[in-house]
Ligand binder design. Structure first.
Ligand code: CDP
Ligand code: CDP
Length: 206
């Protein structure tokens, strides 16, 4: 039996952290769909045409170890605005969502476009300042030289592009449960997410 948990939200809201914990809690598989766009963005930075890169994406592309840089994130957000790039990635994501045993997918358009029929939908947010602070700390820990103002500007630019695009813009699905993690610890955010999924599971069986 399949059960899909869709988790959307802006950069550094805590989607990945929550998705991994929720997947582990329910014994579901997890797909970070941002990685697909990052891999296409990285191939584009290396000279590939974005639609061709998306069509020919391989597992090896997803394992490249430089996908978490700010440059790749910006490139990902630019190629993600191209409708044909998004279209090339739909089937893979939908097949993953419907795998037996349950799946958690996190991204921007999972609850709205990829899996509008998902059994549970969460929209994870936090203020731009909190998100930029988290990303800034992560980049510093990785030894990437940057400053807070640059990370905040980068975060706002990516938010605006992701929310403003015509094709699959970032927005909460009408039936998504919103979790604002601005003032939550990771444990609190994960507990809120698990409670929302438990509730969705209960509603389906009653
Ligand atoms: O996947 P997404 O970009 O939405 O965010 P993430 O990678 O899960 O989280 C970004 C950073 O925020 C990580 O370093 C998390 O440990 C941290 N975080 C946090 O400090 N408090 C939370 N409630 C959630 C995440
Ligand atoms: O980790 P973070 O939230 O910073 O970014 P990500 O989830 O890895 O996504 C990188 C970029 O890919 C986003 O800024 C979006 O432009 C794009 N993306 C998308 O358009 N649709 C998705 N389902 C996932 C990511």
């Amino acid at each position: 039996m399949s059960f899909t948990i869709a988790i959307d939200g802006p950069a550094a809201a805590g989607k990945g952290t929550i998705s991994r914990a929720v997947a582990a809690h329910f014994g579901f598989a997890h797909l970070d769909t941002g990685l697909l766009y990052r891999a296409v963005g990285a191939r584009h930075l290396a000279g590939a045409e974005p639609v061709a890169a998306a069509t020919q994406l391989t597992a090896a592309d997803l394992e490249a170890d430089d996908l978490r840089t700010p440059e790749v994130a910006q490139a990902a957000s630019r190629v993600a605005a191209i409708g044909a790039v998004r279209a090339a990635l739909v089937d893979f994501q939908r097949a993953f969502a419907r795998r037996a045993g349950g799946a958690v997918l996190d991204g921007r358009d999972i609850g709205t476009v990829i899996c509008p029929e998902a059994e549970a939908k969460l929209f994870v947010t936090a203020s731009p300042e909190v998100r930029a602070e988290r990303r800034y700390r992560e980049l510093r820990e990785k030894g990437i030289e940057t400053d807070f103002a640059t990370v905040l500007a980068d975060t706002r630019e990516r938010d605006a592009r992701d929310m403003g695009r015509t094709d699959a813009p970032l927005r909460p699905a009408d039936d998504a449960v919103e979790i604002d993690t601005s003032h939550l610890s990771i444990d609190e955010a994960v507990a809120a997410a698990i409670a929302a999924v438990d509730q969705a599971m209960k509603e389906r069986t009653t």
